[in-house]
Design a protein around this ligand. Structure first.
Ligand code: AMP
Ligand code: ZN
Length: 114
């Protein structure tokens, strides 16, 4: 855990955030500023700064995150489809430097993004 990282605090339960899903290694919670009817963040409990910082030994964890996203999409009834986004680094528009995947759905999403 990185003591000055917002998402480490959320993952540890220090901010009493409602979790939509929790496993030994992963948590999911509502985005504070939703941009779609469903906007959930899925994060590892372990501090990894971004997708660019994932290590080979994180591969099982990365698989767990993807399966969590699959389960959430099902639980949230995103039967018409959804989008998964990992903004990475400055050009990717990342603002919180703890790896997170946005799960977006509940409306028709446009492409390409800005
Ligand atoms: P990104 O810009 O891809 O790094 O995404 C960071 C996301 O975290 C944004 O969509 C914010 O709305 C969201 N966010 C920031 N602070 C919080 C918080 N305390 N709880 C939930 N979501 C947050
Ligand atoms: Zn962190």
């Amino acid at each position: 855990m990185s003591s000055d990282c917002l998402f480490c605090k959320i993952a540890s339960g220090a901010l009493s955030t409602e979790f939509l899903l929790e496993t030994d290694h992963v948590v999911a919670f509502h985005d504070l500023n939703p941009v779609a009817p469903t906007h959930i963040l899925v994060i590892p409990k372990k501090h990894i700064a971004s997708l660019a910082d994932v290590q080979v030994q994180d591969r099982e964890l990365m698989g767990e995150i993807m399966l969590a996203i699959r389960d959430l999409a099902k639980n949230q009834a995103l039967d018409e489809g959804f989008r998964v986004v990992a903004n990475t680094g400055t050009d990717g528009g990342q603002s919180v430097f703890h790896l997170h995947f946005h799960l977006l759905g509940g409306r028709s999403l446009q492409w390409p993004p800005g």
